[in-house]
Design a binder for this molecule. Structure first.
Ligand code: ZN
Ligand code: ZN
Length: 706
């Protein structure tokens, strides 16, 4: 009965229905208690007798014997329905009108079809475009007249077909073809109708693929299986099938890099199962398993739980009787694909860390610059070599400016070295490179390689570069190149100045007082001092200090310069400060990883900040005696201290002990000083020394590995 009929009926018995909402509520209530059938979203049909609906459905879907009686089984559309599940509009009309006994089926045709769709009994598919299958069709011809106008499908009437045949017609074992492993939902109990709901869900969401055939392609929809196009080109397809109580998914692709994220497909599959469970109030649960890609979907052997694959490297496949790598199964669905920005990063990083060193090494070799065993092919070493060689000065005379050289005028070898520095610095500051910013950088690099290839014709730098910029990479490569860039060091110009005069400085200076100064500024740790002083010869100690400074930053270098000046090495200061370029950005960042949990204790910073004052003023005897009496120092310590000749030397040894002791020792040290009036002021000065976070960070960075 239609809504309008009901209104008329109401009127005839003196019941005026005015409020449609009220009517809706009433009908919903009646539906819930089972008096009639009514759906809010199909309000124009109110079914008073459930048997009426059963009769309608019987006309179309139910057993053949009812149909034989009604003489329509010999119709070709009916045969289509029986074999492919295809329900034509003609057939619907015939079935509804065939019944002469005043059922009004035809009148309610639209509503009946709506109800049947609501229950997934019939579904109107999104038919694959013929273009998308033409690539699969050997003859390249599809008869247009055979392209059906969109018909309904009745999933439960679709005939089954052996999967091997289906797979054969799709030629899924051919060249350029890839299939993922099987994702399996292993249900404890799977109601027979459940899979039809799953299939209908996919029919609504994706185009059904067409099964290629010489005799005209057919929709790839079978009993217990469907194949769907995941992209508009049809190069990526999803096979969904059921076998006993397992629902299986496999993706077939005819291209190397699909635009489809397989992980999303799986997530959607799980979400749709949850949806179906909720909608039809079916309380079923499943375990997620996987099966190797060549495994047959209807063979329950060789299915492994996904949790097992995640925890174990290999497993024994019961279908193939061989070991499979868990990673292979998992990766085919869940390997992270690089997005465009990450891909841009990898390409640039590979160019800068692999190809550029090749170009620059070639340049240095042709200049006759001696590339020794110590000259590694890192940016740091090659960049410093160019500066030391000083043959190819950048056009503006500076090596360290933060700007990229001008494309039209600054085109010397030195400028290209600077471009290398520039791009590397960009990669250090950005972990992703947008499509907009890669355009500029790509051009800058391309020109560098074109210029280099003019100088070295035999080295095909340009084509190597083009290959990198078009190569595809994986998530793993991204991590590798991120680390590679991080470990490349962009040296400050003071490094070149030290290297230029390294031998001379090594011979000239004496480090003792310089170390005192640097420790007072927290630029060296007591461990650094021990490391330097373990060497016997003065030149070796000097070399050890220079090596440490080269690996630290500009502030360390500045304190070193001040200490040199105070020790009277003015000419060395002059040489080291010459042509020193200002740095606008600190290019050296200290690696603090693994140290974050530990901070330098405050008393150590206080001791270091008073280092020079302590060693040049105190007399150690009383202090050492007091600390021994408190059992904080030993007789051995005392002997080591006394073994030194000069007072300052003895004091330095005492400081070495103090800097290795805890806070209690520090407090007793201050108490010992206070017991002597001469040192009371010094004791207070040490105790009240202000410690800033910069002091702590500076000292802490001495402990970080470079
Ligand atoms: Zn296998
Ligand atoms: Zn930038």
């Amino acid at each position: 009965m239609a809504y309008e009929d009901m209104k008329t009926l109401g009127k005839s018995v003196g019941l005026e229905i005015k409020d449609r909402n009220e009517m809706n509520l009433f009908l919903k209530y009646q539906h819930d208690i089972g008096n009639l059938i009514y759906f809010e979203d199909i309000p124009d049909l109110v079914i008073l007798q459930p048997q009426w609906l059963v009769d309608v459905l019987k006309c179309l879907v139910s057993a053949r014997k009812f149909q034989i009686r009604r003489n329509i089984v010999y119709n070709s559309d009916w045969k289509g329905l029986e074999t492919t599940g295809r329900l034509t509009e003609d057939l619907i009309t015939q079935a509804f009108t065939g019944e002469g006994d005043g059922t009004d089926f035809v009148k309610y045709r639209r509503h009946i079809l709506q109800i049947m769709q609501k229950f997934d009994i019939i579904v109107k598919p999104d038919i694959a475009e013929e273009e998308s299958v033409s690539s699969l069709d050997e003859n390249g011809e599809i008869d247009k007249s055979k392209m059906p106008t969109v018909h309904y499908y009745v999933p439960c009437l679709i005939k089954s077909k052996a999967i091997s045949n289906i797979v054969d017609s799709f030629k899924v074992d051919g060249k350029d073809f890839n299939r993922t492993s099987w994702m399996c939902m292993h249900f404890d109990f799977l109601p027979p109708a459940f899979f039809n709901h799953v299939l209908v869900n996919y029919i609504r969401r994706y185009q059904i693929s067409r099964e290629p055939s010489k005799h005209g392609s057919k929709l790839a929809l079978y009993r217990g299986m469907g194949v769907f196009n995941l992209d508009s080109s049809g190069r990526t397809k999803l096979a969904v099938c059921v076998s006993k109580h397992v629902i299986l998914f496999q993706i077939w692709k005819w291209c190397k890099h699909s635009q489809v994220f397989f992980k999303d497909i799986w997530e959607h599959a799980e979400a749709s199962i949850t949806g179906i469970k909720g909608r039809y109030k079916m309380n079923v649960s499943y375990t997620v398993k996987m099966k190797c890609c060549n495994g047959s979907y209807d063979n329950p052997d060789g299915m492994v739980e996904m949790t097992k694959l995640e925890s174990e490297e290999e497993y024994f496949c019961d279908e193939h009787a061989e070991l499979h790598k868990s990673k292979d199964l998992l990766n085919s669905w869940f390997r992270e694909e690089l997005n465009a920005e990450m891909l841009n990063y990898v390409r640039l990083a590979k160019t800068v860390t692999d190809l550029m060193p090749e170009v620059m090494g070639e340049q240095l070799k042709s200049d006759g610059f001696e590339i020794t065993a110590n000259t590694s092919m890192t940016f740091r070493s090659l960049f410093t070599s160019f500066q030391l060689q000083n043959k190819h000065k950048p056009t503006n005379g500076k090596w360290a400016s933060p700007m990229c050289p001008k494309e039209d005028t600054e085109i010397g070898v030195g400028d290209d070295v600077k471009r290398w520095r520039f791009v590397l610095n960009e990669l250090k500051n950005h972990s992703k490179i947008s499509d907009e910013s890669i355009v500029g950088l790509e051009k800058v690099l391309a020109n560098v390689f074109i210029r280099s290839e003019k100088l070295f014709e035999s080295c095909s730098f340009v084509s190597k570069y083009q290959k990198i910029m078009t190569d595809m990479f994986e998530a793993n490569d991204y991590d590798v190149y991120l680390q590679k860039v991080k470990h490349e060091i962009i040296p400050d110009t003071f490094e070149v100045n030290i290297r230029r005069h390294f031998q001379m400085i090594m011979q000239e200076i004496s480090v003792g007082k310089i170390l005192d100064q640097m420790m007072t500024h927290c630029m060296l740790s007591i461990e650094d001092r021990r490391h330097i002083e373990q060497h016997v010869k003065q030149t070796e100690q000097n070399q050890a200090l220079l090596d440490i400074i080269i690996n630290r930053n500009r502030s360390t270098f500045n304190v070193f310069i001040d200490a040199l000046r105070e020790s009277g090495y003015d000419d060395i200061v002059e040489l080291l400060s010459c042509d020193l370029e200002d740095i606008t950005v600190e290019t050296r960042t200290t690696e603090m990883e693994g140290l974050s949990a530990w901070t330098v204790p405050l008393h150590k910073v206080r001791l270091q900040k008073n280092y020079v004052d302590i060693i040049s003023n105190i007399k150690h005897e009383a202090v050492v005696d007091h600390l021994i009496s408190c059992q904080l120092l030993t007789i051995d310590d005392q002997q080591i201290i006394e073994a030194c000749a000069a007072q300052t030397e003895k004091n330095r040894k005492l400081m070495d002990r103090l800097l290795h002791c805890g806070e209690k020792c520090f407090m007793e040290f201050l108490n010992a000083l206070r017991s002597d009036d001469i040192y009371a002021d010094l004791a207070n000065q040490i105790g009240q020394t202000v410690v800033t976070s910069i002091d702590i960070a500076t000292l802490q960075s001495c402990y970080a590995k470079m």
